[in-house]
Design a binder for this molecule. Structure first.
Ligand code: WTA
Length: 676
């Protein structure tokens, strides 16, 4: 194990001296498990009935385009068949050109035509315990009514619609209504602030905003409409808003509806006719924008189009989760993130799946809420994030043990590397030791899962996402872009286009090229570090750039820094991720105050709240430390690696490039007292 214990050097990061944050020694569990070589081969009984087979890898390797084209013909209901499988003008891809389709038709109408109208699309469970069941017939009716309401408000093919909602059935209905009209949607996570919402609306020039009065979270009403109002005040493109009444305007203190601009969903949607033909769009028509954090303060509008996306998500959904017609599938993410777009809305609906949609928190009213739902609805497939698994693990196995989880047959994980302990706990306490676990690596940008086991085919190793999906060409390269042999680590790249890949950053093709395709010419660089073991298994090691992963959510260090500096007392700030038992990483902020400002606990609280206000509660720093100065290189670049070392309480590395070495000592002396 001596070799693995060595610190992995990540050559060629933007500033070599600074280097990335990760090393194998920070992940001792991987080391231990790799040494143990513990593997979980598929159960032959599962393999015998599995959707996926090993032959898929060979078929894709033989002719990538033919592999996808065949499935595009089989799986998509086209209004006009496509002519060309792939036009690849690096880094710009077009898939299935010449074709016309509608994704809402593919997700709803065609199932009804096949006699599946009475099949349940969503079992919805509100946090307070209220429930609703929506069949495909129900969806068909509601989507058409919502689409007609959007039409009444002037929305036409190509117009952008912003959606800012809690996890209620009207959220997927709103997305499908947009898609039915060919109007791209941009869903903004309900936990984001008014400012974040306004920024996204303004970037894409959305015409209508669909929102709600609020939602339920941890037994409390969480208001949304006042944030929406504040956002609209600085978003001149918004002409109208549709507001779902979820919490009722009683206890929340009332919702202010602006005459002529705001419409209750129960008025404008309910009075529409339930007939609205799907608008045919080109394969490459923009389906949605989803904003994600990068290494700068400005979130990027990741652009997804229609046909390739539909193919990628529906095919991966069926293969990776082994979805069968009778399954009850639950992706316990929020639709505000890409996981929800691809694997709560479009993937499962394209496959006519029955899904669970749960509004609230996993600990409300108690830590067995999820397991109660699994038992009540006989959930067969569960897809969630390692941060949730670790939180359950911390509470102890008695919560799942109170329930019959025997229906579960496939488990999935997404959002961050799953540590082997959490994998093993998930396997034992949730999967009963028999349900295969699929650890799925992908990104907002990739649209679909790219690295994953295939249940029934792949022998898994706890903590490894195993292998690229058939037809996906991934690699691990060194700083020079050369493939690293098995046993080595480096940067994760993708070398061939895939159908659900992002088509760009909205309004900024140069930034798209620069962000993803310039670090290693000809390759898509994902921003993640990874290593491959001797058998070629991929082990994801986390981000190598200035993006933190907090509870599976990407947050840019720069974005949090700008939010801090936005406060009148702050002169300068530096933010790093600190390892966290539950959330993977936690936000650690170093703050320099302006002259005349005194550090105090109260100010610390105020600054943390300020970040929550500017970006959203998910970005609130867990730790905040006032410092007199920050360690910088002579070129003035903040030495984040050093700040991370201090945050982690690690021994400091080479500091000779520091402008003022004494700064480190001052900071380190204080770092014991940083926690909130
Ligand atoms: C991380 C979420 C390890 C990774 C779908 C990636 C993972 C970022 C995994 C994308 C996994 C996601 N193992 N790391 N199974 N899944 N990640 O855009 O760092 O919110 O770059 O998409 O999450 O986050 P995003």
């Amino acid at each position: 194990m001596a070799a693995a214990r060595r610190r992995v050097e990540w050559p060629g990061s933007s500033d070599r001296r600074e280097g990335p944050a990760l090393s194998v020694e920070q992940r001792p569990e991987i080391e231990a498990l790799m040494a143990e070589r513990r593997t979980f081969p598929p159960d032959p009984a599962f393999s015998a009935q599995a959707n996926a087979t090993a032959a898929l890898y060979e078929e894709a390797a033989q002719d990538l385009e033919a592999f996808w084209a065949k499935r595009a013909r089989e799986r998509i209901s086209w209004f006009t068949p496509f002519e060309t499988t792939l036009e690849w003008d690096l880094p710009f891809a077009k898939w299935f050109t010449g074709g016309e389709l509608n994704i809402a038709y593919n997700c709803v109408d065609r199932h009804i035509e096949r006699g599946l109208g009475d099949k349940v699309a969503y079992h919805w469970i509100g946090e307070p315990g209220d429930t609703r069941t929506l069949t495909y017939n129900d969806l068909h009716r509601e989507v058409q009514k919502a689409a007609n309401a959007l039409k009444e408000l002037g929305v036409r093919k190509g117009d952008r619609v912003a959606i800012y909602m809690p996890m209620i059935p009207e959220l997927p209905i709103a997305m499908l209504a947009c898609a039915r009209l060919g109007a791209p949607h941009t869903v903004v996570f309900g936990g984001f602030s008014a400012e974040a919402l306004a920024g996204r609306i303004n970037d894409c020039g959305a015409k209508v905003l669909i929102t709600a009065d609020g939602g339920w979270r941890r037994g409390k009403e969480v208001g949304l409409k006042h944030h929406a109002d504040e956002a609209i005040a600085s978003a001149p493109s918004i002409e109208a808003a549709i507001v779902v009444s979820r919490i009722g305007d009683g206890a929340s203190g009332g919702v202010h509806m602006v005459e002529g601009r705001d419409h209750w969903w129960h008025d404008i949607v309910e009075r529409q006719e339930a007939h609205c033909p799907p608008v045919p769009v080109d394969s490459e028509h923009m389906l949605y924008l989803l904003y994600t954090s990068g290494t700068t303060a400005k979130p990027k509008g990741i652009l997804h189009t229609t046909a390739g996306y539909l193919l990628g998500i529906s095919f991966t959904h069926e293969m990776i989760f082994d979805v069968k017609p009778d399954d009850v599938y639950w992706c316990a993410a929020d639709i505000g993130w890409v996981t929800g777009h691809s694997y709560i809305v479009y993937g499962p609906l394209a496959n006519a799946t029955t899904s669970i949609l749960y509004e609230g928190a996993p600990d409300t009213p108690a830590w067995d809420r999820w397991w109660q739902i699994v038992e009540d609805y006989k959930v067969t497939i569960l897809y969630c994030a390692p941060t949730a698994i670790r939180a359950f693990m911390k509470q102890g196995p008695q919560f799942p043990q109170q329930h019959d989880l025997g229906s579960l047959r496939v488990l999935g994980s997404v959002g961050e590397p799953i540590n082997p302990e959490a994998w093993l706990w998930y396997n034992e306490h949730i999967g009963g030791g028999t349900a295969p676990i699929v650890d799925t690596w992908w990104q907002t940008e990739t649209g679909m899962i790219l690295i994953t086991p295939l249940p029934g085919v792949t022998t898994t190793k706890p903590g490894s996402a195993t292998f690229p999906f058939p037809g996906v060409e991934a690699d691990i390269v060194d700083g020079a872009g050369d493939s690293v042999p098995f046993g080595g680590g480096g940067y994760l790249v993708l070398k061939k286009p895939w159908p659900a890949m992002l088509r760009g950053i909205y309004g900024d093709p140069e930034r798209y090229r620069e962000t993803y395709w310039s670090r290693f010419p000809g390759m898509y660089f994902a921003g993640d570090g990874a290593k491959r073991d001797d058998e070629g298994y991929y082990w994801l090691l986390g981000r190598v750039d200035d993006v933190m992963n907090v509870a599976g959510h990407r947050i840019s260090t720069t974005e949090v820094e700008s939010a801090l500096v936005d406060h009148k007392s702050v002169a300068e700030a530096a933010v790093v991720g600190k390892k966290d038992e539950i959330t993977g990483e936690a936000i650690f902020a170093y703050v320099i105050l302006k002259a005349g400002q005194e550090p105090s606990d109260a100010l610390g609280v105020q600054l943390r709240e300020h970040v929550a206000y500017v970006i959203g509660p998910i970005a609130r720093p867990k730790y905040l430390m006032f410092v007199p100065d920050l360690p910088k290189t002579r070129s003035g670049k903040i030495m984040r690696r050093l700040l991370r070392d201090i945050a982690e309480g690690r021994a400091l590395g080479d500091v000779t490039t520091l402008a003022d070495a004494t700064v480190v000592d001052t900071i380190r002396d204080k770092s014991g007292s940083a926690e909130e």
